[in-house]
Design a protein around this ligand. Structure first.
Ligand code: GCU
Length: 431
């Protein structure tokens, strides 16, 4: 699949002029005419060169091959679920949001036998629900208490972004000032009003987001005798956060107020990359949503538009597995690209969302991943992305693959959530 600059250029004018005016890190390419020529690895050709012509070959040969390649070269292998897991209900169902929602908080011990880090899951459910409900699960950046101005939400005792790294200080522990600061990204009333639950976990409870050589967080719990850091093909932090979301689903499966066959994983930015890897590795998730996930998420790496593999591996050396660093400035040598990650969600509904001014994340590269994953959906008879060209700004397109490019910046807004709820209604109709 050879892509030329000319072909891609045809789509780009739709992205609008305002993006040109926005500041982005310097020294990176934001000019569509300078996107290099590249050849995308084919989702539907096996490693030994055979064309995949039926669902069985996809499921039994090609999908496992691709998953393995992403594990070995991009995100690293993650361990199995611990044999024994322990959940502690901190708070039983309590009325919240002026009676519109029910709230629960549960501690999930991530290691066996109550060892290792503990992750707190905050769950809001529609108060009026008559039975188990579908639930969105999305990790948060600042602690569960940042998503709502709700005094009852437990503060995290883990490292918090922007606070002192590494040390266990009182400043890190009590972060009362952060209560509700991210609420614009978490329209809980709208979500429960539409009949869905919302579960969130703090990503720092699983693995703090800074590079300490993997001494803290969940990784050391799984080291072999004498091991001090993950092997080059073992999980980094994105792998760990994704693994944590699967542990969140392990809990949701046990909660009788939740319809665990209808759990939707959603994430923004680095946590959008995480949501995609979660959906790829754990097929229990019914729908996968990537919001502004960019490089190492939905955006095609070979385009080198905005953030590049080298830059992401340099700024965030802990996110991916060490093998991924081999592809710094050598994206074309990587055996996979991100449209194949998107294809790993098939036949489940997948939503990729971009923001017009978020050029660092390469909105057009995010769209192209959706577009080039579509043939896999079509082969499986699962529907498709109902457009071949980049949709207009603020006009969501909802097939089995959904896509929108919202006006504005890198963020999660009510517009995004409304589109996700509409998409979930379409694919998970209420009985
Ligand atoms: C940086 C990083 C992106 C990432 C984003 C975020 O901008 O370069 O890859 O998506 O942070 O997670 O906020």
């Amino acid at each position: 699949m050879k892509m030329t600059r000319t072909r891609i250029c045809l789509f780009y004018p739709l992205l609008g002029l305002t993006s040109i005016l926005n500041a982005q890190p310097k020294g990176y390419n934001y000019d569509e005419s300078r996107v290099p020529e590249y050849t995308l690895p084919a989702p539907l050709v096996t490693q030994d060169g055979k064309k995949v012509k039926d669902a069985k070959t996809w499921e039994e040969i090609r999908r496992p091959e691709l998953l393995k390649l992403f594990e070995e070269h991009v995100y690293g292998k993650s361990p199995e679920r611990p044999k024994t897991m322990y959940f502690k209900v901190l708070e039983k169902t309590t009325k919240a949001l002026a009676g519109k929602a029910l709230r629960k908080q549960v501690s999930i011990f991530l290691g066996p036998e109550k060892k290792g880090p503990t992750m707190d899951l905050l769950l809001y459910l529609p108060a009026k629900a008559k039975g188990p409900v579908p639930v969105f699960i999305a990790p948060n950046f600042g602690g569960n208490h940042t998503i709502q101005n709700d005094k009852a939400i437990k503060l995290t005792s883990s490292w918090v972004r922007g606070r002192k790294h590494g040390a266990e200080t009182s400043e890190n522990r009590a972060y009362e000032a952060g209560r509700g600061v991210s609420r614009s990204r978490w329209p809980v009333e709208m979500i429960v009003g539409r009949g869905y639950g919302l579960a969130t976990i703090y990503y720092g409870d699983i693995d703090p987001d800074y590079h300490d050589g993997f001494k803290n967080g969940i990784h050391p719990l799984f080291y072999q005798e004498g091991q001090t850091k993950p092997q080059p093909d073992e999980w980094g932090s994105i792998g760990a956060w994704a693994w944590g979301l699967s542990r969140g689903l392990d809990y949701l499966e046990k909660d009788s107020d939740v319809d665990a066959t209808k759990v939707i994983v959603m994430g923004h930015s680095r946590l959008g990359k995480t949501a995609l890897w979660t959906g790829a590795t754990d097929e229990r998730f019914a729908i996968v949503i990537s919001n502004n996930s960019g490089c190492g998420g939905a955006a095609l790496s070979r385009r080198r538009f905005g953030e590049t593999v080298k830059r992401i591996n340099t700024s965030f050396p802990h996110w991916f597995c060490d093998n991924y660093k081999k592809y710094n400035d050598k994206e074309g040598d990587c055996p996979v690209d991100q449209h194949q990650l998107a294809a790993l969600m098939a036949p489940r509904p997948l939503y990729i969302a971009s923001a017009e001014e978020d050029r660092w994340a390469d909105p057009h590269g995010e769209f192209l991943s959706a577009k080039h994953a579509a043939p896999v959906y079509e082969l499986l008879g699962a529907g498709t992305l109902p457009t071949k060209t980049h949709p207009a700004i603020d006009k969501p397109v909802h097939g089995r693959i959904g896509y929108h490019i919202r006006s504005g910046k890198h963020n999660v807004t009510a517009f995004d959530w409304k589109a996700y709820l509409d998409f979930a209604d379409k694919h998970l109709p209420k009985k």
